[in-house]
Design a protein around this ligand. Sequence first.
Ligand code: ATP
Ligand code: MG
Length: 742
Amino acid sequence: MLDGLNPQQRDAVVHEGTPLLIVAGAGSGKTRVLTHRIAYLLSERHVQPQEILAITFTNKAAKEMKERVDRLIGPRSKAMWVMTFHSACVRILRREAKRLGFSSSFSIYDQADSQRLMAMVCRELDLDPKRYPPRSFSAQVSNLKNELVDYDTAKDKAQTHLERTLAEAYRSYQRRLTEADAMDFDDLIMLTVTLFQLFPDVAEHYRRRFRHVMVDEYQDTNHAQYMLIRELVGVPEARTADGEPVREGREGAVEPAELCVVGDADQSIYAFRGATIRNILEFERDYPDARTILLEQNYRSTQTILSAANAVIARNEGRKPKNLWSDQGAGPKIIGYVADNEHDEAMFVAQEVDRLADDEDVTPGQVAVFYRTNAASRVFEEIFIRTGLPYKVVGGVRFYERKEVRDLLAYLRVLANPNDTVSLRRVINVPKRGIGDRAEAMIEAFALRERVSFWEGLRRADEAPGLATRSLNAIKEFVALLEDLRGKELPLSELAEEVLTSTGYRTELETSGDPQDESRLENLNELISVAQEFEEANPEGTLVDFLEQVSLVADADQIPEGEDHQGVVTLMTLHTAKGLEFPVVFLTGLEDGVFPHMRSLGEPRELEEERRLAYVGITRAQQRLYVSRAAVRSSWGSPAFNPASRFLAEVPSDLLDWRSDPQKTAWAAATVREPRRPAAPAKTGGRVIPSLSPGDRVTHDTFGLGTVVAVEGAAEKTRVKIDFGSGDEKTLLVAYAPIEKL
Ligand code: ATP
Ligand code: MG
């Protein structure tokens, strides 16, 4: 268990009793220590698997950690809880939901659902959406929850009219959630904390169970997560968001669990989600008997890469200096490249990946390309497709955000939880069944008056005044349909299939004559395959379990599995790259205004966060690092001449080799500017009209790569709105536009 660890790492693995903080720079083996510590607890200290709770940042990281533990000591990881904060909280809440007035099959609302709900609330409160944008309210409520501020407190603290309005919206929003038997992502954490605080017996149950609590990436925990850990571990004095100690007087109930957290203040990159490095900086103050272990040897990167990272992060103020070193030798210099434009930049990457494959046996699976924002992926995709380089984009427009996928999931959610009003109202007239907006509004008013759920309102539609007979009949049929589906005892995938059939959803798509409906059907079939896979992997799994898994999918969970990442280049944002490592890394878009992000330019604190992001990016690289920028980049449809990123100047110049490739211009001209096919009007060639739906990727002969935002009309009249990058949206007639679906 202790093989392959240095003395400090070993200390950390065997440390017993008091809380343990491991603070160390990137690649120093923090995650490895956690894995070995778990294995050591199980095999040497005879801890039972169910006594272990380890929190990781993604589901994928959790899976990997379990697999590694199994490899170290044999298959014992099953009863262990290795998971994200959200997954752990859902598990706890499902068991205890009744105490908080929820059922154990409560729904989980993602960001889109909760924005929808907030929009309903704002309408109900008659708020002018221009002055009080629901999205902004939704974000602010999320921030409050991350600070564990409930609506009463928000109201008490409110000073301005806006803050009072927000508190009121927060209150109605929360009431609506409870009525819908639903929790949003932030509630999952906050309500678990509330649960522990309101019900000492529940807290004690989990404290008895989890004798070992471990947290990876501790620097990115927010206040609510911090409190959750405090509650779980059972340390009596916790503090509020303002730093005031909260005395709970629960000393002596259960011995505090052993806590071990690992993190790196320099890698804190989620301040915008309420993460606070205060949690790491003040750990020692919060846990006076804590031991701190520093790890200083980096095992991931060459000294060149490490020195660059150290030099960049050293510019941040108020941080503890670190002495990270590597014995892997200097390795090749960092290669810098100034591209003519973003196409040229992507071309350089593609060309270099090819060259590495030829000259150095580097496979595409060993390469990662990072960028600051999701939108930047498009140009890379375009060039990679043209040059035949296999790749996978992680994050961005997601399968689960497509309309038809959300529709089917909404049906399933309504079946699992009839009170899930957001889902119910989403599908009430999908496909069209004659329940119009007016009828819906009448039911809503009736339900409100009778103080029953929207679903109850539908069931009692007979009593609702003023409904037209046609609407009433349609509502009755809808209710009967759902009740019938709910009564069916079918395996998950068959139930999903049955929903599509009995609601007429499938028939509508099949007979619409609208070409984009074909790809909608494909997506629905894909969702049914997901359900089938789930059934196979979880023979005991319920509908609620399935919905839960689907709602907790994160960007990073899409990274191709395995050491070789299935042989494809991985493209992702810097935020998603946290915790990962790749032999070859391309850090792109190093321009002031791109990275660091425009928003951060005049803001010292945000700039420091951008610099930490740069530090994260650089330290993902094991052997080779490339940094690139474009002299011109199209931004909002017009060219932007951004100056070089200040982070480039912060890399010592002797570590950097600026590449200027004499063949570059010729190569780029030959490959980029030559059209793939003549841009003749499409109809002359009797060309097949591509069937498109929102989220699809397309290339356009002139505008390049884009994402379909909306589709309207049918057959030759189909018009698509395509986003060609940073808000550059164009509406085109599919039949005539030189576009190709990817
Ligand atoms: P990050 O801050 O990026 O999350 P980390 O501190 O968690 O990094 P790990 O991912 O655990 O670092 O380790 C980085 C790499 O170094 C991994 O490939 C790991 O297997 C390797 N490594 C760590 N410790 C040792 C060691 N003692 N001997 C050999 N390899 C090691
Ligand atoms: Mg790690």
